[in-house]
Ligand binder design. Structure first.
Ligand SMILES: Nc1ncnc2c1ncn2[C@@H]1O[C@H](COP(=O)(O)OP(=O)(O)O)[C@@H](O)[C@H]1O
Ligand SMILES: [Mg+2]
Length: 312
């Protein structure tokens, strides 16, 4: 559905996108994840034909975004970062206006607006002025706008930005539902968002793709895949040395000491559970133990690792 090939964008000397390539298949919900300034909006604006790239190509449904801009726009429902709404228009009136701008008229316009309001549950506020709506409702109007010409592809730029937790849950649910019969590309800088909503995630930082994969599998790609913690009583230097020799342990740090007790945190390899070996070691060395635990890596860790490596 989307094919991006070596896309670059330079803004007067500053490279915002550096040879970005990725694909999104029909029916996928894909998260486009990166910190502020990573290049997410720039990519989405190029895909939606609002911005020309400096080099590279982008296709939607096999159509070149720049050579077939009109055809491409018909296939995309785009919700920009800060949904620009007309505060002095009523909800339904606005959606009719937007639908007409997208070339709908007569029955097609009526059906398009009706369906968009159905899917975003806007009927109850259809006569309200947009300016009087809560942020959550405004966001839904933005989504309805993206849906009005019934496009197969939705491109949503940070759709939950600025919402409260309840509204976030609502919008997330809505996006999941829309994923049933749409291809969705959704940008965000919030990690739990992609873990909960997306089947696949593209991680971007400083204009470069850092990783692409399923949220679960990305964790497995990390150099140090997780952490283990153990609190032991004994000589900290001896303990640190011996823990470091346990198979699967990458790095040992003494987190804190409390009298004779010492808490060590270890970076451990992917898919290795070092707890049994540490337990055996502690018995052999006769170190008393009061904690032994392991934490699997989260997408948050992957992200921190990937973005940190940039500055190595
Ligand atoms: N119109 C512009 N002119 C100059 N630099 C820009 C412009 N738009 C974005 N940038 C820069 O490009 C980089 C990527 O921005 P953006 O795509 O908005 O990132 P994101 O959406 O991931 O936060 C940033 O460093 C930003 O400052
Ligand atoms: Mg942005």
């Amino acid at each position: 559905m989307i094919k991006v090939d070596q896309l670059s964008k330079r803004y007067s000397g500053h490279t915002a996108l550096d040879s970005v390539s990725f694909e999104v298949g029909r029916g996928e919900i894909v998260g486009f994840l990166g910190p502020n300034g990573a290049g997410k909006t720039t990519t989405l604006r190029i895909l939606t034909n609002y911005l020309p790239p400096s080099s590279g190509s982008a296709q939607i449904d096999g159509l070149d975004v720049f050579k077939n801009s009109l055809e491409v726009r018909k296939r995309i429902g785009y919700m920009p970062e800060n949904v620009p709404l007309y505060n002095d228009m009523r909800v339904k009136e606005y959606l009719r206006f937007r639908g007409a701008l997208k070339g709908l008229k007569g029955k097609a316009l009526r059906i398009g607006v009706g369906e968009a309001m159905d899917r975003t549950s806007l009927h109850e506020v259809r006569r309200k002025m947009i300016g009087t709506l809560s942020k959550g409702f405004r966001q839904r109007v933005g989504l309805a706008d993206a849906l009005v010409n019934r496009p197969p592809l939705l491109i949503l730029d940070e759709p939950t930005n600025g919402l409260d937790p309840n509204q976030i849950r609502e919008v997330r649910g809505l996006i999941k539902e829309l994923g049933g019969d749409h291809t969705v590309l959704i940008s965000t800088h919030i990690l739990p968002e992609v873990e909960m909503t997306c089947g696949r995630v593209i991680i971007i930082n400083q204009g470069k793709i850092q990783a692409i994969g399923e949220p679960r599998n990305l964790a497995g790609q990390m150099r140090s895949a997780g952490t283990a913690r153990v609190e032991l009583k004994g000589d900290p230097n001896v303990i640190e040395g011996k823990l470091g020799k346990v198979g699967g342990v990458r790095r040992v740090t003494l987190e804190r000491s409390d009298a004779d007790w010492h808490l060590f945190v270890m970076k451990v390899e992917a898919n290795k559970d070092v707890r049994e070996m540490i337990d055996r070691l502690a018995r052999k060395e006769q170190w008393a133990m009061r904690e032994l635990s392991r934490k699997d890596v989260s997408l948050e860790d992957v992200f921190a690792d990937l973005t940190m490596n940039q500055h190595d």
